[in-house]
Design a protein. Structure first.
Length: 307
């Protein structure tokens, strides 16, 4: 029996609640075998597209007084609620079909960040839908917000992404896990709150992989699995010389980071989160796709990072 933290990417959840529920049926089918074999599971998830869409729904609030302004911490809380609800009910449904009696619980999670984090002066976290370069330019002129090209797929709005330094609800998450519940936590990287004043939310989005790594370290997980849209991380990504990374030590991986092999807005935070977990716990980090999760657990055709 192992403790496993699974970080599910927000882009794997679609762009609408209906699409999300359909995609989660497939996602959960890949996770249930781990539950059946007795592993203690914590599921975290991204919310980049979802939190951006929620924020976008309130975008015209300054012009339309009937629409309340919705700060980013509240947008993250909303995304945690509805994404957690969908994951929770789909896991419960599939477990009941297997005759397995387990509780599945979503924990609305706050993550502590520091006001002095340089990320607040350099927004870099992509959120919301993709736009063409022309559309992004028009939006920047209209709103004064920052849009950047994201991994060759278009332009997205970017917000501050400070590093997580603590998880306020950790003791609750840990107790639920010890009581053999399946826990959904740190959704979207958690709701960011300031260390200096924990009652005040921060206008930011914490990277979900870094928050998931922090949680995995705190519960002393055996494995930290990051699910993305490719089976393996690659060097020379998106070129004719692209080469998948299989089993690799953190020292080798750090050399690739120095070479600038991983994009800041996509694979780099995943690599950094994986390294941080391995260094702290001595466990293994696995980066793979949802469809390849079974292979990933068995360290086949996936990126496996060891100390």
């Amino acid at each position: 029996m192992s403790k496993v933290v699974i970080a599910l990417g927000g882009n794997a959840l679609g762009n609408t609640p209906k699409q999300q529920q359909q995609l989660l049926k497939h996602a959960v089918k890949n996770i249930v075998p781990l539950i059946k074999r007795g592993d203690k599971i914590v599921i975290t998830h991204g919310n980049g597209p979802q939190v951006g869409i929620i924020n976008l729904a309130f975008e015209d609030s300054f012009e339309n007084k009937d629409i309340p302004y919705m700060p980013f911490p509240e947008c993250t809380a909303m995304s945690q609620g509805y994404i957690g609800y969908h994951i929770q009910k789909e896991i419960k449904k599939q477990l009941e079909e297997e005759g397995i009696k387990k509780e599945v619980i979503t924990v609305l999670t706050q993550v502590v960040v520091e006001k002095s984090d340089p990320a607040f002066k350099n927004p870099s976290k992509p959120v919301g839908p993709f736009y063409s370069q022309k559309e992004a330019k028009m939006l920047m002129e209209r709103t004064g917000e920052t849009y950047i090209e994201d991994a060759g797929r278009g332009y997205r709005k970017v917000v501050a992404s400070p590093k997580p330094i603590d998880i306020i609800e950790f003791s609750t998450i840990d107790k639920l896990l010890k009581d053999d519940n399946i826990v959904i936590a740190c959704g979207g990287g958690g709701i960011p709150v300031f260390k200096e004043n924990k009652s005040k939310g921060a206008s930011a989005v914490v990277d979900k992989d870094l928050a998931s790594s922090l949680l995995a370290k705190k519960i002393n997980a055996n494995k930290f699995i990051i699910l993305t849209n490719i089976n393996q991380a690659e060097i020379n990504f998106n070129t004719k010389d692209a080469k998948p990374i299989g089993k690799i030590s953190i020292d080798e991986l750090k050399k690739y980071i120095k070479e600038g092999q991983f994009a800041k807005g996509s694979m780099l935070p995943k690599i950094e989160a994986a390294i941080s977990f391995v260094e702290k716990t001595g466990g293994k980090s696995i980066i793979t796709s949802l469809n390849n999760l079974d292979n990933g657990i068995h360290e086949i055709k996936s990126t496996v990072i060891y100390k």
